[in-house]
Structures are given as structure tokens and as C-alpha cells.
Design a protein around this ligand. Sequence first.
Ligand SMILES: [Zn+2]
Length: 113
Amino acid sequence: MDNNPLMPTAIRLRKSERLEITWPDQSTSVISLRVLRKFCPCAGCQGERDLLGRQLLPVVRTSYDGPITALGAELVGNYALRVLWSDQHFTGIYSFEYLRQLAAQHPQTTDQT
Ligand SMILES: [Zn+2]
């Protein structure tokens, strides 16, 4: 596979707060873990679509009711990040493109003054 132009230059995981990604263009995306967990792209969380494109209810529900934290994260090839969650959910694979979109759609304001 060719080099991914979106390959982050740095990824920082603050395990009970947020994910920070620095992109090759030096911009930084910050995504709160709550948003990240909610928008887990795996079929179990987002529900599968039937042939008519209707959204089916997700079949996997988290029963973990404490604060969601990330246990860790690992690179998947050169295109995605897999996040390991404290509710034992390990199937979410977030492509860098998806992470960038998520950050744009859910801007963090904590560092703004
Ligand atoms: Zn999921």
C-alpha cells in the first residue's frame, strides 16, 4: 500500500479524556472519548443496514455504566486506529479519515480561551 497522506505524525491518547492527533499538515484534531465511543464505526455499535438501506437496531449494547475510558490504542496498517475500551469493546477500527471527520463535527473547546 502507498503511504497514506493522512498518516498522523503523532497520536496522544489521554485515557480518560480524549484523543489528540497531529496530522502531516501540522493541524491537530481533538476528540473526546465519549464522542469517540459513541461513534464507534463497527457494525455492532452502529447497527447493520438491510438491503433497503434501513438501519437495524444495534445488536450489541454496552452494559458498562462507569465512565468510559480507553485502555489503549493501536495502529491498524497505515490507515486506521483500533481503540481498546474499558467496556471490553475491541472491534472499533477508526480510519484516519473518519477520525478527522469526527473531530470536525464535534469540535472541542476546552483549550480555547
Ligand atoms: Zn463498536
